[in-house]
Ligand binder design. Structure first.
Ligand SMILES: [Mn+2]
Length: 391
């Protein structure tokens, strides 16, 4: 599946730069691909005839709104998508269907704005873009996110005191993730591609838990500036968006004590060999130690610079094995702030425009990508409005 876009080359689909009168004046360039539909028919004597005829209208230009900063990347898809060859996704049902799940969570970190992510994606035309590349889209709407109640707040405080833990709003986050996990499990069991749009990265705990229930041998590609490998027992900030991998890997005796996360009991645990990190560049000491101790495959930006993004994705896929379904958890902060400035935890030195796209394209090319999170897209203008309003 091509969620991300590919730039048009100058191979005739676009007028090349420096186009001049001359040979081309006598032989006009072909019309843009969006104005042409080609049909191939076989005549009675067996020869194939290809006919080009006027087709779809030129797609509308992207609409930039609400500080769509994730934006320089996402807002380009309307005019930048190349129609791709039909690609079999053997592990999904036919007709190939995307279940779009909105997860407008922002309680996993301290800033407002990520809760606007699903709406931004819908407004920027994600459904139309997916339909255009041959997918049926089932928009399941947003999973409800409610603020912590008084009782939940007290439960959080008691847990943190008792275990010297650090987990802000754990109850409210856990409650929402429980419904999210049920929804992703159902969609994955139905054979759909599950596309979850956050929301902060805590939502990946819910989506992966559901996906792993339906497809236990799933391999995870975690594209992120961070490893999100903490638990409330190791976290300094207490932000739940830094813990989805850590909690998924943790033993039930640790994770089921976290208020709001009792439902994880007996459920799947992520094995260290089942995940690969790509793009990390902001790891703290505890996370580095754990990555080494558990022998987790991790390609930091150093490796991306050293080997190139092509080799890194190839090695990552090789590590996960040749047959398993794949889940891509794409934190937009993996991309350099120059291209994706509207995110919660900005870290410079990330992927450039082509690297950011290449990763998704190369993983899709495996034809085994069956689920994906796109998270931490933050609406800066919206957050500023909230701050001004309350300010
Ligand atoms: Mn993350």
């Amino acid at each position: 599946m091509r969620l991300f876009t590919r730039r048009l080359s100058t191979n005739g689909t676009k007028t090349p730069a420096g186009y001049s009168l001359g040979a081309r004046a006598r032989s006009p360039p072909p019309p843009p691909h969006w104005l042409t539909t080609t049909t191939t028919t076989t005549t009675t004597d067996g020869t194939k005839v290809t006919v080009a005829r006027p087709g779809r209208q030129k797609p509308a230009q992207p609409v930039m709104r609400h500080g769509m900063g994730a934006g320089n990347i996402l807002a380009t898809w309307e005019h930048d998508v190349l129609p791709m060859e039909e690609e079999p996704v053997a592990l999904l049902r036919r007709p190939k269907t995307v279940s779009f799940v909105g997860a407008p969570m922002s309680w996993g970190q301290p800033l407002a704005g990520t809760d606007y992510g699903p709406q931004l994606l819908r407004e920027s035309g994600v459904v139309r873009a997916l339909s255009k590349v041959g997918w049926r889209v089932n928009d399941t709407g947003d999973v409800p996110v409610l603020p912590p109640s008084e009782a939940e707040h007290r439960a959080d405080e008691a847990y943190m005191r008792e275990h010297s833990a650090n987990s802000r709003n754990a109850s409210a986050v856990g409650r929402m993730l429980s419904s999210l996990a049920q929804r992703t499990e159902k969609a994955a069991s139905d054979g759909d591609f599950v596309l979850t749009v956050g929301g902060d990265h805590s939502v990946a705990l819910g989506t992966l838990f559901g996906v792993l229930k339906a497809r236990p041998d799933t391999g995870v590609l975690w594209v992120d500036a961070h490893a999100d490998l903490h638990t409330p027992l190791s976290s300094e900030s207490g932000n739940m968006h830094g813990m989805p991998v850590g909690i998924l890997m943790a033993d039930d005796s640790v994770r089921c004590k976290i208020p709001g996360f009792e439902w994880l009991r007996g459920g799947p645990r992520l094995r260290p060999s089942q995940i690969v990190y790509i793009g990390c560049r902001d790891l703290d000491l505890a996370e580095r130690k754990q990555i080494r101790a558990q022998n987790i495959k991790c390609f930091t930006m150093f490796e991306v610079d050293k080997y190139g993004v092509g080799s890194v994705v190839e090695q990552a896929l090789k590590h996960l094995g040749p047959t398993c379904p794949l889940h891509l958890s794409y934190d937009i902060d993996a991309v350099d702030p120059e291209h994706a400035p509207s995110t919660g935890t900005v870290v410079r030195g990330g992927f450039n425009f082509r690297e950011a796209h290449y990763i998704a394209e190369a993983i899709a090319e495996s034809t085994r990508l069956c689920s994906m999170d796109l998270v931490e897209i933050k609406c800066v203008h919206f957050a500023l409005c909230v701050l001004c309003f309350w300010g």
